[in-house]
Design a protein around this ligand. Sequence first.
Ligand code: CA2
Length: 152
Amino acid sequence: MPATKMKSILVIHGPNLNRLGRREPEIYGRHTLADIDAELVQAGNALGVDVQTFQSNHEGELVDRIQQAAEEVDGLIINPAAYTHTSVALRDALLMLDIPVIEVHLSNIYRREAFRHHSMTAPAATGQIAGLGKNGYLLALEALVRMATDAP
Ligand code: CA2
């Protein structure tokens, strides 16, 4: 792939995703968060991009990390988990960023309960991927790199 301006990407995971792989594998898959993060770092290496990851169960910590991202990284991938559906604070923090943001959901939120159909955060994102399991994160990573790559 030609040179990319995307040098550094942050992946943020919201509440309860630290428990992945332990419950409800039929919805969220059998991979742990550590598996997913390791795969993202490896994929980043192959694409020539530094990948950092962060998980928190606390809304304020997620806001703090998003604010920090503005200074530190060229792109953001975020699965806000349950805060997707409730958080004006995360939406406002994402709206302050000048970098591309991709919202990822492991499950297809649109074929689940009605309260999951609305995302507070999606309007603040460049795009959204839902329902593709851990591949959604990998596709988001590739998309961010492609978006910042000069066409040959
Ligand atoms: O599909 C997704 O990625 C979600 O963001 C996951 C959230 C859910 O509230 C969203 O509606 C969709 C829930 C994450 C809970 O993580 C678990 C981890 C292990 C076992 C059970 C849940």
